[in-house]
Write a protein that binds this ligand. Structure first.
Ligand code: NAP
Length: 273
């Protein structure tokens, strides 16, 4: 019987995940299909209540990564520490939650951006589901300091507290331009884990005059491929990558969890490009 996988989020129309996973299923002759499900925040309960009859596994994106945890029967250690999942697998009639964003981010950070976090200082914009994966990934790799900046300062402070409990030197600061200038001058890495930059007319994430060529820039956004941040970072001589590599590697890890087969990375990459 044909198996159905998919992505839930709101919005999801921009997503390239269906293209990537359907190419992989076709290449390995797996009778499965990957669909996009636009699920508004109030619809999560209904979605999960009919999961087992309809689906074999899903990915989860903005804004459901944290809220979905309560609908699964078990989570792996990493997701439990982070408090967010991006992958669900139906196994023996139980829903298992995983977070493959951690491995996806780290692989792209090291292979695409050539950045080694140990002993370095990072500024992370955002304190949602993706920022949780990014900051815990950096903590696992022994980063020296993480500064969190979110429109919602309380949310950033809560995440900083959680990271501190796990031994990370993490602080949250207000989104004040002068404070951010100082921070960026003394940092090695800046990560955009907010949706700011996805839409035309989005406000500037940061003043480009604060960027310098010793700063590595990782923008999790992949649609558009070149956000304003990436463009301005490159103009300032920064090493900068978008979220396409992370999308590929987190997708490959989810594919392995669903099918128990190695993901055809080359085919998936070609489908994305
Ligand atoms: P989320 O849970 O909604 O979190 C985003 C956070 O950023 C929210 O707390 C939001 O505050 C805050 N924010 C929005 N605009 C901001 C700004 N200008 N400055 C500072 N903070 C701001 O979303 P998410 O699931 O973490 O996803 C974040 C982004 O990462 C999305 O663009 C998503 O597509 C991308 N992503 C990419 C990959 C990949 O594989 N490449 C993987 C995961 C996520 P409010 O809630 O108050 O708006």
């Amino acid at each position: 019987m044909k198996q159905t996988y998919g992505l839930i989020g709101y919005p999801v129309k921009h997503s390239l995940s269906a293209r990537m996973h359907n190419a992989a299923f076709k290449h390995l002759e797996i009778d499965a299909e990957y669909e996009l499900f636009e699920i508004k925040p109030g619809e999560l309960n209904d979605f999960f209540s009919s999961f087992k009859e309809r689906l074999s596994g899903i990915n989860i994106t903005i804004p459901h990564k944290e809220a979905s945890i309560k609908y699964v029967d078990a989570v792996d250690k990493i997701s439990d520490a982070i408090g967010a999942i991006n992958t669900v697998v139906l196994e023996n009639d139980r829903l298992h939650g995983y977070n493959t964003d951690v491995i996806g981010f780290l692989k792209s950070l090291k292979e695409d951006l050539k950045f080694k976090p140990a002993g370095k200082r990072a500024v992370v914009f955002g304190a949602g589901g993706a920022a949780r994966a990014v900051t815990f990934a950096l903590l696992f790799e022994e980063i020296e300091q993480i500064v969190l900046v979110d429109i919602d300062t309380k949310k950033a402070a809560l995440l900083a507290d959680e990271l501190q409990k796990d031994g990370c030197n993490a602080i949250a600061v207000e989104k004040d331009p002068m404070a951010i200038k100082e921070l960026l001058l003394n940092s090695d890495l800046v990560v955009n884990a907010t949706p700011c930059g996805m839409k035309k007319g989005d406000p500037e994430l940061l003043d480009p005059n604060f960027l310098h060529d010793k700063l590595a820039v990782f923008d999790l956004i992949y649609n558009p491929l070149e956000t304003r941040l990436i463009k301005e970072a490159k103009e300032k001589g920064c090493n900068a990558v978008n979220g396409l590599g992370m999308l590929l590697y987190q997708g490959a890890a989810a594919f392995r969890l669903w099918t128990k087969k190695p993901a055809p990375i080359g085919i998936m990459k070609e489908a994305l490009e």
